[in-house]
Design a protein. Sequence first.
Length: 183
Amino acid sequence: MKVRPLSIPDILMIEPKVFRDERGFFFESFNQTNFEKGTNLSPIFVQENYSRSIKGVLRGLHYQLPPKAQDKLVKVVKGEIFDIVVDIRKSSSTFGKWAGEKISEKNKKQIWVPKGFAHGFLVLSEIAEVIYKTTDYYTPQFERCILWNDPKLSIDWNLNEEYLLLSNKDKKGELIQNVQVFD
């Protein structure tokens, strides 16, 4: 397993070692011991979520406030997404900055999204199936949503808005200056 930080050091890209032969491939998508050695983190996952979306779906930018804040480990099992993570820790030197990376069933990369970050993704393939583990349970009263196209964030989604599909919740996301964030 290879681990490297993205442009915001707390966001980690995790690349498993993939074994391929004429039958297909095999890799460990998660191994607690190797994860701890590679990241110096010891998460305890309590929930795993699975989403299936069509091309042009944009989900996010979501997060949960303390005491129900979540770390997430995100991977794609079918298709490809552009995954975005935004620092919402007010005391951070990277507050309001974002990092993005394409992850897919082909590259098998995973993204570590720590507490204090909002998360979202855009589906690039015809279909994308995304799985993410979380360190706390989904708790709607602690969930918040930042508007995906907040001008202060200047996220380059590289998309054609004509084909964009958003949930009502994501359409009503708030500007980062108006949401509750982490201290």
